[in-house]
Design a binder for this molecule. Structure first.
Ligand SMILES: Cc1ncc(COP(=O)(O)O)c(C=O)c1O
Length: 387
């Protein structure tokens, strides 16, 4: 007879029952049990599919990674504790002192600050280039360039760049191409099939889609992911099994969700474009968008993000923002709930008129992440707020 402390720790713990769950359970464990020393040796030598420690690998996390790899038609995918966790680990794994990274100037602020504040301290030089320069990628690569990092569509104007042209120019010069595919998500845009080496995303947005998980990912060839996986163990940026379970669950409905995000955003964009109270609408699916032709070529859907302008006037944008009832005033994007933000007080906070002009951002802009509510209700909400 064992004591209660021993019983409570060990009874029923190891799953040797014949139960075969339909869904992948949450392996909420930090470590894994081996039967003998030779099993550990086999693991160390890569001759075993066992797991050792959850900072390295965990079955719940691996299950979600395999779904993401399949989605991106990639050899493999890796999950991280956040989008920033993914970005920092990719940069640490593939860059060294003396390297230059060329970046689209209009990248996510967190990426920009990571490059300027952290990577620069370790001798990596970021060089920021305009959309026009990205359109001629061969001209932006120098002897020292090791990586080109960009986004398409970009925040908040949803301008797009030609992904395949950038991929080709990088490959021809032996430079690693990385796209942050967060705004499009893989249902709408498949960067690896356009020739990109690594596709990074904030899982926090469309992939999880329910506004309740923070995570990041990267997909690509195994040879390029190997150093990232090693760095992930070393810096400890792996995703935890609990959010990986929620992500794996959310991914099962991703195609349905994204199809509806696309349809709702299109309906909202059409409504705003036809409304005389709105001076300009930015949606890659509208023929009026400056990059509609590029978007049509490389995207299979135009996404759930819509930006609109009210004569460049902050007072008008603020009034609409404050009056919305269904659409929530919150940062982030890609969830089932419609969210709105004012770029000048969020992503472009503190920017000068000159910087705003360079980014194509006005003080009257509102950025809408169109959710999965009924499109008619969203349009009615916008209509009353504009009134
Ligand atoms: C385009 C883009 N990339 C990366 C990130 C960072 O992701 P996370 O917040 O999951 O770290 C964000 C977050 O807003 C984003 O919008």
């Amino acid at each position: 007879m064992k004591g209660p402390a021993t019983e409570l720790i060990h009874a029923g713990e190891v799953d040797r029952t014949p139960a075969t769950p339909l869904t992948t359970p949450i392996y909420e464990t930090t470590t894994f049990v081996f039967e003998n020393a030779q099993e550990v040796v086999a693991y160390n030598e890569g001759r075993s599919n066992k797991h050792l420690y959850s900072r390295y690998t965990n079955p719940t996390v691996v299950a979600a990674e395999q779904k993401l790899a399949a989605l991106d038609r990639a050899e493999a995918a890796l999950l991280f504790s956040s989008g920033q966790g993914a970005t920092s680990t990719i940069l640490l794994a593939h860059l060294k002192a003396g390297d230059e990274i060329v970046c689209g100037a209009a990248i996510y602020g967190g990426t920009l600050h990571l490059l300027e504040d952290v990577l620069a301290k370790f001798g990596v030089t970021p060089r920021f280039v305009s959309l026009e320069q990205l359109a001629d990628p061969a001209s932006i690569i120098t002897e020292r360039t090791r990586m080109v990092w960009f986004e398409s569509p970009i925040n908040p104007t949803l301008r797009c760049v030609d992904v395949a042209t950038i991929a080709q120019a990088c490959r021809a010069r032996g430079v690693l191409s990385v796209i942050d595919n967060t705004f499009a998500c893989p249902i709408n845009q498949q960067p690896l099939s356009l020739g990109i080496d690594l596709a990074m995303q904030s899982v926090t947005k469309y992939l999880n889609g329910h506004s309740d998980v923070t995570g990041g990912m990267v997909s690509g060839a195994k040879a390029l992911l190997a150093p990232i996986e090693k760095a992930r163990r070393q810096v400890g940026t792996v995703m935890d099994p609990h959010p990986a379970y929620a992500l794996g669950r959310g991914l099962k409905t991703l195609p349905l969700r994204v199809a509806q995000h696309n349809a709702n955003a299109r309906a909202v964009a059409d409504f705003l474009a036809a409304d005389t109270r709105v001076s300009r609408v930015y949606y890659p699916g509208l023929p009026s968008h400056p990059d509609h032709a590029i978007a049509k070529r490389q995207m299979t859907g135009f996404g759930g993000m819509v930006t609109f302008d009210l004569d460049g006037r902050f007072d008008r944008a603020e009034r609409v923002y404050d009056r919305l009832q269904i659409v929530k005033r919150a940062a982030s994007l890609g969830g089932i709930e419609s969210l709105i933000s004012l770029p000048v007080i969020t992503s472009q906070w503190g920017h000068t008129d000159e910087q705003l002009h360079a980014a194509g951002v006005t003080r009257g802009m509102l950025r809408l992440s169109v959710g999965l509510e009924d499109a008619a209700d969203l349009i009615a909400d916008l209509d009353q707020a504009l009134g």
